[in-house]
Structure formats: structure tokens, C-alpha cells
Design a protein around this ligand. Sequence first.
Ligand code: ACO
Length: 399
Amino acid sequence: LGKIKAGDDDPGIASYDPGFTNTASTRSAVTYIDGEKGILEYRGYPIEQLAEKSNFLEVAYLLIHGELPSEAQYDSWVHDITFHTFVHENIKSLMQGFRYDAHPMGMLLSAVGGLSTFYPEARNIHDADTRHLQIVRMIAKMPTLGAWSFRHAQGKPYVYPDNDLGYAENFLAMLFKMSEPKYQADPRLVKALEVLFILHADHEQNCSTNAVRSVGSSQVDPYSAVSAGIGALYGPLHGGANEAVLKMLRRIGDVSNVPAFIEGVKAGDERLMGFGHRVYKNYDPRATIIKKATDDVFEVTGVNPLLKIAVELEKIALEDEYFVKRKLYPNVDFYSGLIYEALQFPPEMFTVLFAIPRTAGWLAQWLELVNDSEQKIARPKQIYTGDRGLVFPSREERW
Ligand code: ACO
């Protein structure tokens, strides 16, 4: 179609689609979403069933391998991930070199990018065993790096992994362990974190996954590609939205202020953060599951007082014509921030809690990209709107 032109100056027939709203950049068999019906499936399995019956590492296996593991495959996968949770001491030094108030996402992004220099063999993306090793390493090390970025801001010593613990439990221990020899996380919190990890593990061609695929299409190593994904996730319209939700709830301050706030949103003063989604034009199925998880977490931590404001916002918005007409419903971020705050995470950590599980999805999509013989280097077309053929005037002529 690009060759059908009205004249030499005509760029030919092309779709102008900023934001890729109607342009498929790839084929994929990893995650299925029906935004109109509010359906999300990983490798064909509905998210509700995975959240209820599986755990994060099994879901990560499913995403990466395309099918559920046998018992032996599962044991070996968990063993391998557990074996790789430690990181090189020089990566620890790299992280310790950041300013005391460094944003944990900036630290994570740099540390993951830095890992590529510790595993130069990762550049051999054409070898299946090498690829697999990097996938295992990255899924294993993300909680360690994420927990260290958290301890850093608090001025606390970094805690090494305890490989007798499960994935989420180990992460909680590296975050919160003080001086006692063993950290005992409440099993209800471990379960809630596993559920949150499962919900965030993949979401087809979102901004960060597209970044991973786009950078990965240059055949760079997977650490560099994933660090690009972390950069995309850092942005407030993507992974930063739950942080923005909390700030918004705090600003609203009281249930009585909700109607006036909604009026401001409708007048275009600001957006209702945690509402709306590029794909979901219905309730985000992850938001339904998270809403249930808030009860379990608040049973342990006590109820977050901002919950009342969130519930009121949702109630009013779901009945208001502005939101109904535009099909704006709560997304995954609307309630997740409330849980994270109840778990004592500062808002800067929220996106890190998203990046850790999303690493499984990024890597599943990266693997699919590498194995897709039809995939080309990402190089979108542009519609040029600038000048042409100008004559460069000398400085004497201009000044
Ligand atoms: N509050 C108020 N109005 C909104 C909102 C919102 N949260 N979201 C969209 N709208 C309105 C827009 O103003 C626009 O109205 P108009 O047609 O009168 O101009 C209409 O709905 C369509 O909005 P777009 O921006 O075109 O929708 P898009 O698909 O590009 O944006 C996005 C999706 C970025 C998620 C948007 O809904 C938004 O900014 N939401 C708030 C931020 C947020 O919660 N992000 C998290 C996304 S989920 C994730 O990353 C895990």
C-alpha cells in the first residue's frame, strides 16, 4: 500500500496511528484480552483461576514455556530460580553508590541494565540454553534488586536472599527483616502478594512490553531490553498510576469532598487516576480480584482509611454519565496502591512491585519475539510534517 502514491511528494497509503491504537506490532500467543467483556487470560487460562489456584512461579513458568509444568518441571524451575537469587557483590556496590533519596525504579532500571555486563554471554540470544539461563537469572534476581532499592532509601543494610523461603516470602524478608534470624511473614500477606504478582505478570502489548519488544528487536541482550521496559513502566500513565491514585486520594482527604472532585475531573481539571484503560472498556478483571485481596490484607494490617474515599469515588463515577459514556472503569491500579500502603511501602516502591512480576511477562514476550522468524527490527513509519529542501544560510546571512 505504501507504493500507491498520487505523486512523488505523496508518502503513499499508510495508517497514522500514534499510540498504536489500531496497529498490531506483533503476533503473540502469550496473553489474551477482551477489553469489551473484561476478560484476561494467560496462555488461555483465565486470570481468576490462576489467581485462585496457582502461585507466581508456576504462572511465570506457564508464561515463559507456554504450558503448565509437570511436577518434575515445576520442582526444577523453582530450584533453578531459587539458586539464582543472589547477585554479584559489585551490583550491590553499584546500587549503594546511588544518592540516599534515589527513586527505587531508577535504581532497578540501572541495576538490571548493569547485569548485562556481568553476563556478557547473554548477547548470544540465538542459543536456547543461554536464553533460558538469563530468563531464570532475571526472574530470580528481581526481588533481590527490588528489595535492595527499598532498603537503600531507608538507610538500612541490604538483606541477602534466604533460599529456604518461597519467592514472595523471600522478597518480604529481604524488605522487612530487622535483626532477628528468621523473618516470619504472615501467610495471608504472602498469599496476597502472590496474587498481586500473578495479576501483574503480563498484559500483552502494553507500553513497557512494547518497549521490551521494540528494543529486543535490535537483538540486544535481554537485560538491556528489560531495563527499557522498566523505564517505560516508570512513567505516571503506566506503572506510576497507583502512586498517583494514592496522592489523589490524600488530596481529596475526605468522603465529603468526592462530589466536588468528580465535578473537577468532568470539567477537565485533572483525570481520575486509576480509572480508564486503553484496552478495557469494562471493569478491569484484575481490579475485581484486587478489591477482594484488600480485605485479606486489611485483616492483617488494619483498614487503610483512604479506602472509604476510593469506594465512594468508584460508586459515584460508575453512575455518572461522563464515565459511563467514555467506558471508564477502575483499572488494576485503583486499589493496588491502598494495599501497598497498608503493607508499609512508600509510593515510590509501588512501581517496583509491578516490575518484579512483569519481568516474567516481558521475558515471555521477548522469547516469543526472538523465536518469531517473521519479526523485524521495530522501525515505525512517520508522517513527516517539517520543511523540505531549504538552503542553509551562512551565519553572516542570518545574524
Ligand atoms: N479520568 C477522566 N477522564 C478520562 C480518564 C480518567 N482517568 N481517562 C480517560 N478519560 C477521558 C479522556 O479525557 C477522553 O475524553 P474526551 O473523549 O472527552 O477527550 C476519553 O476519556 C478517552 O481518553 P484517552 O486519553 O483517549 O484514552 P486512552 O486510551 O488514550 O488512555 C489511559 C488510557 C492513559 C489509561 C487513561 O484512561 C488515563 O490517563 N487514566 C488515568 C491513568 C491511569 O489510571 N493509568 C493506569 C493505566 S493501567 C496500567 O498502566 C496498568
